[in-house]
Design a protein around this ligand. Structure first.
Ligand SMILES: *Cc1c(COP(=O)(O)O)cnc(C)c1O
Length: 259
């Protein structure tokens, strides 16, 4: 499919947001591009959820984003998410943890998150389930898949997904919704698209013998630089940070190993 080449690149591509109006404008611009991408692919735009990713953005600015309509915020790091959830407890906003989780931090996620998108080990599934059962809570989860074959990326190798899904029904507090991936970090749109096609293909195959109760309707794929391609390839959730909050000044090495 044709790529839009009119979009500026570099920092100008991601205007900052310092007021509620700025946030409303950035969100509206992203939604318009999401709708256009869905239409190009003959999909219903209402079936694609925008998850604003607020990592590195301080709480004062998150209050503005919430006033502009964000009711779920995505965070990569558990400690940062936990701090924000505590500091913004007066707001009606829920939290999606989208980054790799260590077993010893599962208890935090079980305590405050409504969604976890980076499940890639049974140890973490077990730790989350135990804490969730104790708290009487449930958690929506996505299984993260490494579709780019990069050593540095988290997520299960594609060939292990089916066997992993087969083990998940034993963790009753985890509501499995679908799969999540990060595409290759490259400007080559064809190679990015390949990662998204891979995730969709794995999902379609896994669906055939997934156990009862394991939902695979959701595909979380696409970020500020590639969400339109992801929607064209079937994304039902796009995780968008910079296009809403402005360019991140900091390097992403802290969030992604090897980036
Ligand atoms: C930061 C992050 C995103 C969003 O990236 P942007 O470039 O800010 O849109 C998406 N997914 C994950 C896992 C992230 O850590």
């Amino acid at each position: 499919m044709e790529q839009d080449t009119t979009q500026p690149t570099g920092p100008a591509r991601y205007p900052g947001a310092a007021t509620v109006e700025d946030f409303a404008r950035n969100i509206a611009a992203v939604r318009a591009r999401m709708t256009a991408a869905a239409e190009r692919a003959g999909r219903d735009a209402a079936r694609v959820r925008l998850l604003p990713v607020s990592k590195t953005v301080p709480e004062e600015r998150l209050r503005l984003a919430v006033r502009a309509g964000c009711d779920v915020l995505g965070e990569n790091k558990v400690q940062e998410a936990k701090r924000k959830a505590e500091n913004l407890a007066d707001l009606d906003v829920s939290w999606s943890v989208i980054g790799h989780l260590q077993t010893n931090k599962a208890r935090f996620v079980a305590a405050f998150a409504s969604e976890f998108q980076a499940l890639d080990s049974l140890r973490v599934a077990e730790a989350l389930d135990r804490r969730l059962q104790a708290e009487g809570r449930g958690l929506d989860v996505f299984v993260q898949v490494n579709t780019s074959a990069e050593e540095s990326k988290y997520g299960l190798p594609p060939e292990e997904v089916a066997a992993f899904l087969a083990r998940l029904p034993q963790y009753g507090a985890l509501r499995v919704k679908g799969l999540m991936t990060l595409a290759l970090f490259t400007d080559d749109a064809d190679r990015v698209r390949e990662c998204f096609v891979t995730l969709r293909t794995i999902r379609d195959q896994a669906r055939q013998d997934a156990p009862d109760g394991i939902g695979l309707d959701e595909l979380s794929m696409g970020m500020s630089g590639d969400y339109e391609i992801a929607i064209e390839e079937g994304a039902t959730v796009v995780r968008v940070g910079q296009a809403i909050f402005g360019a991140r000044p900091t390097t992403d090495a802290k969030y992604w190993p090897g980036s």
